[in-house]
Design a protein around this ligand. Sequence first.
Ligand code: PEP
Ligand code: MN
Length: 340
Amino acid sequence: MADIIIMDGKCPEENINAVIDKIKMLGFDVNLSRGTEKIIIGIIGDTRELSEEVFVSFPGVIDVISILKDYKLVTREFHPADTTVFAGNIVIDNKHFVIAAGPCSVESYDQMFTTAVFIKNHNGKILRGGAYKPRTSPYSFVGLGKEGLAILKDVKNETGLPVITEVLAPEEVEIVADVADILQIGARNMYNYRLLERVGRTSIPVMLKRGFQATIGEFLSCAEYILKAGNNQVILCERGIRTFDSQFTRNCLDLSAIPVLKKESHLPVFVDPSHGTGKRELVIPMSRAAVAAGADGLIVEVHPKPEEALSDGYQSLTFDLFEKLIKEITPFIHIMGRII
Ligand code: PEP
Ligand code: MN
């Protein structure tokens, strides 16, 4: 099996082209990464039957590697450089630290507009809010649906903030994509392969949240579905996993997942300290820790009146606490050499 071809960084262009032509002739696509020492050519497609022997004797080829993992396109071996995600006018990369904030659910125009203006004035760069809510109980508030999307659209147009919102089902991708700058796949849907393939066929960035019982390997395999379908604009989001203690925290925020994912994959990594802890007072300390552990951004729940929120009020920050969050994480962001 041949997945990656490593070539000498100083070899002539015609040698590189010869390898690329061969790969394409065999019906595969190519991902080319140029470094000064090495050139890395990733082979895209089903490579199970492709022999390493095909490439070893091409001039300039140093090594041919097979990836014996459940995923390949998401790996750093395949794509060494960090992927940059473009969401509206916002760039998610290894230089910035990006904060997405807003209520759990879209409840009203006023709620969304006031929140959007506040977070925008305090370094929030992306507005979050669910119109379609995956709730544990079907009797809980399940979101405003299309009306919620219309509110998001208005607030986005008025404030210029890009919007992230959840999509629950493949047949709803089209209408959600009409508004969303980032499509959110929630923890409960991480394994929904048809949904992953469907968002993979759009060119809209996707934030994939880690399932609360998912291993890191399963998480990356699910991201692979999206990339395999053609969309490499994917953000991974650690949002806490289930452990044995539900008395003091709702989930256990797996901070170690951050450096692991950054090493294993080229995709940006966000942290959701709101769902990750389930407690308002834990959001700021865990956000500081997430920045220090190397995250690329946060997605945080903020509500003008958390006590009146229709979902997740107990973990939502007030405006004052959001301001405090930004103040407290900014020095950490600078220590990590990033721009807020
Ligand atoms: C949410 O972001 O409101 C949400 C439901 O998150 P998760 O899928 O991580 O539970
Ligand atoms: Mn929520």
